[in-house]
Design a protein around this ligand. Sequence first.
Ligand code: CA
Length: 226
Amino acid sequence: MRILVVEDEHRIAQAIKKGLEQERYAVDLTFTGTDGYDMASSESYDLIILDLMLPGMDGITLCKQLRKNNIHIPVLMLTAKGQITDKVAGLDAGADDYMTKPFSFEELLARVRALTRREGPVRKTTLSLDDLTMDTKSFIVKRGGAHISLSQKEFALLEYLLINKGEIVSKEKIIEHVWDFDADILPNTVEVYIKNLRNKIDAPFVGKQPLIHTVRGFGYVIGDDE
Ligand code: CA
């Protein structure tokens, strides 16, 4: 899951980035509305955390512009305390949710999880396929009850595959959603991570159906390709 944070208060912005990275998200950060708009229109994000008052372009305008240009990435708007009318304006502009500053990081995470799930507001924290389960809150991954230890990026990769289970995802798509802008990732790196992941979730389970499949020339699919 890749998230764009647009927030001009550097201290808050850095804290959000650091906190989200610890939770296995890839995070890009920008401090102005204009840069935020450019990045949101050119990169593939799964969520935008957007401050309301920003230099360059304010959050409301930014959100309206995105929606006007048919970019429907979920937006979590941040507002300062007591700006009730701003909250309403934010939702009217096409934001999916809002939070009032100051907020607890736990609450931010719960909203991020809710907004990045396809099910929308349903706060589902478990992803599964056959006898593989992944808890995106506690980071516990198991297959047939056996505990599997994954690195942060392996976890993020498996999460992305599971969210798109049954669908072929290209290496390019994986790079866009699992790594941030600063990470200089080549398609070969994805192959290495897929190999490592297979060594952990498929190879040790002899006699069981492999979960990750390569679709030559296209990418990868977890589960059956429908
Ligand atoms: Ca601000």
